[in-house]
Write a protein that binds this ligand. Structure first.
Ligand SMILES: CSCCC(=O)C(=O)COP(=O)(O)O
Ligand SMILES: [Zn+2]
Length: 216
C-alpha cells in the first residue's frame, strides 16, 4: 500500500491519538530531558511494507506543536517532504512492527526501569512472580511468572536491533533496554498504554521487593 493511498482521516486520527497520549505522559513526568518516543501505525500491514507516525527527535515532549510527529515507512524513511527528523530510535520501532505487526509502540525512560535493568542485567530479564497486574498482558495463569527480556544498550542505536530480534517474546509485549528504558507495544494505542503502565508498575514492584527482601 502506498502512503498516499491511506485515508487522510486515519492519518489525522492517529496524530490526534498520539498528541493526546503524549500530553498525558508528559503531564505525568514520563519524558524527562526529552527522553522517550511514541509511534502508531497507519494503513495496512505487511512485514515488508507499512507506515507509522513517530515523534520527531530531540523535542521537548511536554510541549504540543504542529511539528511533533512525522510519518515514516518500514525502513524509517520519511513518507513526505519534511525538515523534521524522526526519533533517533526509529529503527527499533521498525523492527518491533516488523516482528509483531502491532498497532502502537510507546517508549519511556524511568528511574525504576533503569534500576531494575541494571540490577537484573546479568540474568538478562526481570523476573516477576504472581503479581495481579501481569493480567494487563492478557496472561491469566494462577500465580503467573514472567521474565521481561533485557537487551544491551548501545549509543549506536542500530546495534541494539539484532538482540531485540533474538529476544522478543510473543507473550510479553515489551522489551527493556539496559540502563535506557522500556519499549511496550499493543494492537492499538489503548493496549500499548496499558502495557507500558503495567511494566512501570511491575518494575517499581520488583525494585521494592528486592529491597524488602534485603532488610527483612
Ligand atoms: C535525551 S534521551 C536520549 C535519547 C533517547 O533515548 C530517547 O528516548 C529520545 O530520543 P528521540 O530521538 O526519540 O527524541
Ligand atoms: Zn530512549
Amino acid at each position: 500500500m502506498n502512503f498516499a493511498d491511506i485515508a487522510l482521516e486515519e492519518k489525522q486520527r492517529v496524530l490526534r491519538e498520539l498528541s493526546s497520549v503524549k500530553a498525558d505522559f508528559a503531564a505525568r513526568g514520563m519524558f524527562a530531558g526529552t527522553s522517550g518516543n511514541l509511534s502508531m501505525r497507519v494503513g495496512e500491514f505487511q512485514p515488508d511494507s507499512f507506515h507509522f507516525a513517530i515523534t520527531a527527535s530531540g523535542k521537548d515532549k511536554s510541549l504540543s506543536t504542529p511539528e511533533d510527529f512525522l510519518f515514516v515507512d518500514q525502513s524509517g524513511k520519511p513518507c513526505e517532504t519534511t525538515r523534521l527528523k524522526p526519533s533517533a530510535e526509529t529503527v527499533i520501532h521498525c523492527e518491533i512492527y516488523r516482528l509483531t505487526g502491532c498497532g502502537a509502540i510507546y517508549h519511556t525512560h524511568s528511574v525504576f526501569n533503569n534500576l531494575v535493568s541494571e540490577y537484573f542485567g546479568d540474568r538478562k530479564s526481570v523476573p516477576v512472580d504472581g503479581v495481579e497486574l501481569i493480567k494487563a498482558f492478557n496472561i491469566w495463569d494462577e500465580e503467573a511468572h514472567i521474565d521481561v527480556p533485557i537487551v544491551s544498550n548501545f549509543a549506536d542505536v542500530p546495534r541494539i536491533v539484532p538482540e531485540i530480534t533474538d529476544r522478543l517474546e510473543s507473550r510479553i509485549p515489551g522489551i527493556l533496554l539496559r540502563k535506557h528504558g522500556i519499549y511496550a507495544w499493543g494492537r492499538d494505542g489503548f493496549e500499548a498504554k496499558r502495557h507500558l503502565e503495567a511494566f512501570e508498575f511491575l518494575f517499581e514492584y520488583a525494585y521494592r521487593w528486592e529491597l524488602l527482601k534485603a532488610i527483612r
